[in-house]
Ligand binder design. Structure first.
Ligand SMILES: C[S@@+](CC[C@H](N)C(=O)[O-])C[C@H]1O[C@@H](n2cnc3c(N)ncnc32)[C@H](O)[C@@H]1O
Length: 234
C-alpha cells in the first residue's frame, strides 16, 4: 500500500483526478491511498482566510504558513502511513522534475509515503520550506496552482510502483529509460489508415528484425525539430 498525501485548497481537483485510470484502479484495489487536507480547514481567521499580503509589498497574496503547516501536520499525525512521509513542495523555482527523480520518489513513496504541498496565489510563505524535504518544479513555466504539478508527479511515480500498471513490461524500453532515448513508434490496427501503412517489418512476425527495427527507430530526445510542435518562443 502506497500512501500519498496532498495539502491543497482544492481537494476536489485531486480527488477527481486520482479516481480515474490505472491510478484510480490501484486506489480502489487498496494498492494506493490518497489523503487530502485543505489549509482552509485549519484557518484561524473568522472568514476562513488562508492568505495575506506579502511583506515588502507587491502584487497578489501569499499563503500563510500556519494553515499550511497545520494541514501538513494533520496528515502526518492522523494518517499512520504518512507519519514519516517525504514532503515535497511544488514550486516554479524548485528542482526540475524528471524520470530519474520520479524513480527515486517512487521508491520513497513505497517506503514511507509522500506528501505534496500545493501552492496557490503568489505562492507559500517561504518559511514553510524549512518543513519540507524537497521543492520540485514540473517545467519552466508558471501554473496557477500546485495541484496540477503534484498530480503530474503522482502519475509519473505511481506507474512505477509494482501492481499499478497491469503489465510491468510496459515500463521497459520506454522514453527516458536507461538508454536516455525516446520510445520507438507504436502502431495498432488498421494496417492502413488514410493511406498510411504500418511498416511491414512489424507485421513480419520476425522478432529479431522487429527488435532491430525498433532499436534503430529510437532517437535522442533532443533530436526533435521543436519548431514542428511548439510556437516559436522568439
Ligand atoms: C501562481 S503560482 C506562484 C508563482 C510564483 N509567484 C513564482 O513566480 O514562482 C502558484 C503555485 O503554483 C505552483 N506552481 C506554479 N508553477 C509551477 C511549476 N512549474 N512547477 C510546480 N509548481 C508550480 C506552486 O505551488 C506555486 O506556489
Amino acid at each position: 500500500m502506497v500512501a500519498l498525501g496532498f495539502v491543497s485548497l482544492f481537494p476536489e481537483m485531486v480527488q477527481g483526478f486520482v479516481a480515474h485510470g490505472l491510478l484510480g484502479k490501484a486506489c480502489s484495489e487498496g494498492r494506493c491511498a490518497v489523503h487530502i487536507r485543505s489549509p482552509r480547514t485549519y484557518s484561524t481567521s473568522r472568514f476562513g482566510h488562508v492568505d495575506d499580503a506579502p511583506y515588502g509589498g507587491g502584487p497578489g497574496m501569499v499563503l500563510r504558513p500556519e494553515p499550511v503547516l497545520a494541514a501538513l501536520e494533520a496528515l502526518k499525525s492522523e494518517v499512520a502511513a504518512l507519519a514519516q512521509a517525504r514532503v515535497i513542495i511544488l514550486s516554479a523555482s524548485g528542482a526540475s522534475f524528471n524520470q530519474a527523480r520520479a524513480t527515486a520518489l517512487a521508491g520513497q513513496a513505497q517506503e514511507r509515503g509522500v506528501i505534496f504541498i500545493c501552492g496557490r496565489y503568489e505562492g507559500i510563505d517561504a518559511r514553510v520550506t524549512h518543513f519540507v524535504d524537497a521543492s520540485l518544479r514540473i517545467g519552466d513555466y508558471v501554473l496557477q496552482g500546485g495541484e496540477a504539478a503534484a498530480l503530474v508527479v503522482t502519475e509519473a511515480i505511481t506507474r512505477l510502483i509494482p501492481g499499478v500498471i497491469g503489465n510491468h513490461a510496459s515500463l521497459e524500453a520506454e522514453s527516458f529509460d536507461h538508454t536516455g532515448l525516446g520510445e520507438y513508434p507504436q502502431y495498432t490496427r488498421p494496417s492502413v489508415f488514410r493511406g498510411l501503412e504500418v511498416p511491414s517489418v512489424l507485421r513480419s512476425g520476425d522478432h529479431e528484425r522487429i527488435a532491430a527495427w525498433r532499436a534503430a527507430q529510437r532517437r535522442t530526445l533532443d533530436s526533435h525539430d521543436d519548431s514542428q510542435c511548439v510556437p516559436d518562443a522568439g
